[in-house]
Design a protein around this ligand. Sequence first.
Ligand code: ADQ
Length: 422
Amino acid sequence: MQPRPNARLSSQAMAFVLAGGRGSRLKELTDRRAKPAVYFGGKTRIIDFALSNALNSGIRKMAIATQYKAHSLIRHCQRGWNFFRAERNEYLDILPASQRVDETKWYLGTADAVAQNIDIVDSYGIKYVIILAGDHIYKMDYEIMLRQHVETGADVTIGCLTVPRMEATAFGVMAVDAGMRISSFLEKPADPPGIPGDPDHALASMGIYVFDWAFLRDLLLRDMADANSSHDFGNDLIPAIVKGGKAMAHKFADSCVKSGLEDEPYWRDVGTIDAFWQANIDLTDFVPKLDIYDNSWPIWTYSEIVPPAKFIHDEDGRRGMAISSLVSGDCIVSGSEVRNSLLFTGVRTHSYSSLEYVVALPRVVVNRKAELTNCVIDSGVVIPEGLVVGQDPEEDAKWFRRSEGGIVLITQDMLDARARKL
Ligand code: ADQ
């Protein structure tokens, strides 16, 4: 059956979400979980942003390729993203590596993760595929990008944003002509070229690609047979299309204006402890740059059924209070002060404790008289009575992981090791 000519393009598209990378710069936060499964923003996990963007854009067919430490990611997607109905032509498949083509074969690169699942994508009967990374925080209407792709007749359309030139070493960097056609593409160049007229900035790939499926399918089959390829979009496929085909850039900033989603383009790779802490703490701003209260673009997630947050006086009459903070359900703030902090579901803070600029992941317990500043506390951690963090850099670094930016990451293993030595 041919798709109706006036149908939204998203109804003829699928989202293929790459969620196999480790994200090693998040250190111990990704010891037990893949980066896309890391918690963000009080209730959600990082991958919920890409999946919600796809859902809110009208896409109802999705696949998620997982690889590294996939258990909690798979469990999260099974619990939170299980509302797709095959009888309504909606699908969400979770595709762990080494389970389909050959049980010993991991996904070699990002393109290989798609290539190993060609038959699944075929079965969706779609015309367009949008490749997404599962590890970025942003809101974006992919319908606008799909429309540009179709209108320009591109072989590939690549989402891009402007970044400071010196930060562009971590990205695919492109040059474009006046019509946004990409004339050159360098994957993670040591000396990124600046934008003409704006030499301090570079045009970076967001790792978001729109293809006609027939085109990509053919390319993947050829790439699989190429012994010299690393089977990666950024290293192999995209540079080849830029050289021999028509690659177009889709500016995230323009997309934000057209969709009306954000006044200022907001995109974060929360790939380091500092960036992760900052993006979470930014949500406590009076007017945060990322609006998670916008009902028109909800960030969907698996949400536990929990009681409301509670703030209580302790038996000494000390007030439990939170100021300029986000406090999730099932938190109890008892006789303690929480400032400029973000508490995930089920956090408990006890009398005489204080938290300032703290990101506490689910089910953290802060015992009495603990004083915590500028830290990220992993899920389930029990902070012992009287622990002081964030006041003496040397002491912090002795027991915990202190980031370049001075943020302290606390895990239960670190606390247990400390308790054994004290
Ligand atoms: P990187 O940031 O280096 O560059 P990459 O490691 O290729 O990203 O991972 C992209 C996505 O694929 C991530 O979501 C990751 O989890 C996932 N992934 C990585 N290896 C995988 C595998 N073997 N199987 C399944 N999933 C996997 C890319 C582009 C750059 C671009 C940046 C933007 O190559 O050109 O600028 O993304 O962040």
